[in-house]
Design a protein around this ligand. Structure first.
Ligand code: ATP
Ligand code: MG
Length: 626
């Protein structure tokens, strides 16, 4: 009998409007009724009727993505870039500054650089662009590499711009010898004046540009040897101030910074700039396609100019649009503020969009890559709403994780005359390969407080006095006969019910947990900010904080299938997580039926499991349910 039950309930579908599990027929009926109602409402407004329901989506296989996972390399920007220089092997680099944690935008850069090389059978370097000793810290180096590997990529080599300090220095002397660089002693104001403009007249060079090679060499060595304080001297490239592009107006190549460096210690007191370092390091590493974001479009000229002066191998720089997410903040300074003022618990708080936070929340790395792939790569900046990211995660989880029953706010239902039975439940009715597990159905079960109403109504289909509801996978539907309440709080404390063997097909099924189920803490997340544009809030983004961004259920109950789901993690068996070993707690992922998708939080201990909501089951469930 249990098998027949399983088969019937396996076919149930989620009614997104009510959060109920219902049969296909029932769902069709409800949809039709709602469409009719919507139409009448529209007609009342005298608006022309619109097609009521959206066209049915083409059938997809539950366990397959809807888009070619390599689409981003086959069309658009990356296809063009490869067509322009179809060399073999392709060599790229991902060059983060180790001055903060990576965020969702960096995931795009990782997918672009590592993915492009991988797609073409080439290699990608992870290069720490560590030329600014002031902001670098060990923890960032470690976290950056971990995130790259978590996303499923293996750097060909891990390099540091600072490894090239001597080589870069020698090339700077060479540039001076070529008459293409000079030591300048101007201050900011003077430099600004030299750039010309409306109130400054035409562009011009300062007198320092006229010094001979010997003088420049000796002053540059003086910079190196500590003869100058910061800002007293800097090395400038002698470019082309008649060019319309400001990136050709004698950019800085080296500056004095009396700071020890994370890797080179006190060896240097001068450090090369980004403009001097990046293109040369690209050349040293044999980069074929140097892919960066569009803020660097203007820099392409200086990038090519410097490489032509000094080195043989000429990489090709091309620029793609940045990825920005609406409804959150990504800047280091702002996240720091959120952490320091206690709005979030840390840099990896699941409500943030740093990669460590997204990971902790339980978003699988594959879903992030799918998201980037779906957006496609173009030269236009991409501004995306959080809901769009959620949508991709939801679809990804739908086809990759098992399902379990999780009751957030349990109330006991005592079913008179019921006996304990064992039922066999599929981990995912749509994916037979996930197998099944046995759970106990006990005479007392726990249902969610929100699935019981003291006062019944016509359009309500869950449990109420004298009303029948199906319990997922249970032998029979149940009918409530009475309930008790706590006088002081007014809260229902227990429901008494009986099996309703007459009702063969209940309208609705709800989830439950057996007596003896494990107690867990569940953290439901909503957007950290109230608006799409927290930065536009009066008085700043802190005034836009959503007071209900985290709702905790301390006494939730999880069914016993959880133990097997935990033992079999990671879900899914993503490349990146496997490479890191077994995967962290966040790789224990499942759908809490009718509730949301969940993952185990890193705050969990052997005795206490904490679950994070990854994403809701439908678009705005977060708003209504918390
Ligand atoms: P932020 O200021 O947001 O920390 P950044 O540009 O200073 O970003 P880097 O560490 O220099 O960060 O970035 C490493 C690489 O990641 C660069 O190639 C950069 O262009 C790319 N990148 C950074 N942010 C984004 C984004 N939002 N979308 C796409 N690529 C990005
Ligand atoms: Mg930067």
């Amino acid at each position: 009998m249990a098998d027949a039950i399983t088969e019937a309930t396996a076919k149930l579908l989620l009614d997104e409007e009510t959060g109920e599990m219902v049969s296909k027929n029932e769902l069709a009926k409800r949809t039709k009724k709602r469409a009719k109602k919507a139409l009448t409402a529209k007609n009342k407004e005298n608006a022309p009727p619109k097609p009521a329901a959206a066209a049915p989506k083409p059938k997809e296989r539950a366990d397959e993505p809807s888009l070619d996972p390599e689409a981003m390399f086959k069309q658009g920007f990356l296809a063009d870039v490869h067509a322009e220089r179809p060399v073999k092997p392709v060599v790229t680099r991902f060059p983060p500054e180790p001055n903060g944690f990576l965020h969702i935008g960096h995931a795009k850069a990782i997918a672009v650089n590592f993915g492009f090389a991988k797609y073409h059978g080439g290699e990608c370097y992870l290069r720490y662009d560590d030329t600014n000793p002031e902001a670098e810290e060990e923890k960032y180096f470690v976290a950056i590499e971990q995130m790259v590997r978590w996303l499923g990529f293996s750097p060909y080599k891990i390099t540091y711009s600072s490894d090239n300090f001597q080589r870069l220095y020698d090339l700077a002397e060479k540039l001076i010898e070529l008459g293409r660089a000079y030591v300048c002693h101007c201050n900011d104001e003077q430099i600004k004046a030299q750039r010309g403009g409306e109130n400054h007249g035409p562009r011009f060079r300062c007198e320092h540009a006229e010094k001979d090679v010997e003088t420049n060499l000796s002053e540059f060595r003086g910079m190196r040897d500590g003869k100058y304080k910061p800002r007293e001297a800097f090395l400038r490239m002698k470019m082309d101030i008649t060019d319309g592009n400001p990136q050709m107006w004698d950019l800085a190549a080296y500056r004095v910074l009396e700071k020890p460096h994370h890797r080179t210690g006190d060896a240097w007191r001068i450090y090369p700039t980004y403009d001097f370092t990046h293109c040369l390091c690209d050349s040293f590493e044999g980069i074929t396609h140097s892919l960066c974001t569009t803020e660097f479009v203007q820099s392409r000229v200086s990038y090519e100019w410097l490489n032509k002066q000094l080195v043989e191998h000429q990489p090709m720089q091309r620029e793609y649009g940045r990825l920005s997410i609406q409804g959150t903040v990504l800047s280091k300074r702002k996240i720091m503020k959120l952490v320091q003022e206690g709005y979030v618990r840390a840099w990896d708080d699941p409500r943030l969009y740093t990669l460590i936070a997204i990971k902790r929340r339980g978003v699988p790395p594959g879903a992030i890559l799918e998201f980037v792939n779906e957006l496609g790569i173009t030269t236009a900046p991409t501004m995306i709403q959080l809901a769009r990211f959620d949508q991709t995660i939801r679809r990804y989880l739908e086809r990759t994780v098992p399902r379990l029953m999780l009751v957030l706010d349990p109330i006991p239902v005592v079913i008179e005359g019921a006996e304990e039975v064992e039922v066999d439940v599929p981990f995912n009715p749509k994916i037979a390969a996930m197998g099944s597990h046995k759970i106990k159905f006990t005479p007392t079960v726990y249902i969610d407080r929100s699935d019981f109403r003291e006062v019944d109504s016509k359009d309500y289909f869950r449990l109420a006095p004298n009303k029948t509801v199906g319990l997922l996978q249970a032998p029979y539907p149940i009918k409530a006969v009475s309930y008790s309440k706590d006088e002081a709080t007014g809260k229902v404390t227990e429901i008494r019910a009986v099996f309703d063997k007459e009702t063969k097909k209940p309208k609705t099924f709800i989830h439950w947990a057996a007596a003896g189920s494990r107690k867990v803490e569940v953290r439901l997340f909503n957007s950290l900010f109230k608006s799409e544009k927290p930065d536009d809030a009066e008085g700043g983004f802190l005034n836009d904080i959503n007071p209900e961004s985290e709702i905790v259920y301390p006494d939730a109950l999880i069914e016993s299938g959880f133990d097997e789901v935990k033992a079999r993690a990671p879900w899914p068996e993503a490349a990146g997580e496997s490479e890191l070993g077994k995967g962290g707690p966040e790789s224990v992922r499942f759908q809490g039926m009718r509730v949301a998708y969940f993952a185990v939080d890193s705050d969990s201990t052997d005795d206490k499991i904490v679950l994070n909501k990854i994403v809701s089951l439908k678009e705005d469930a977060g708003k209504s349910q918390g």
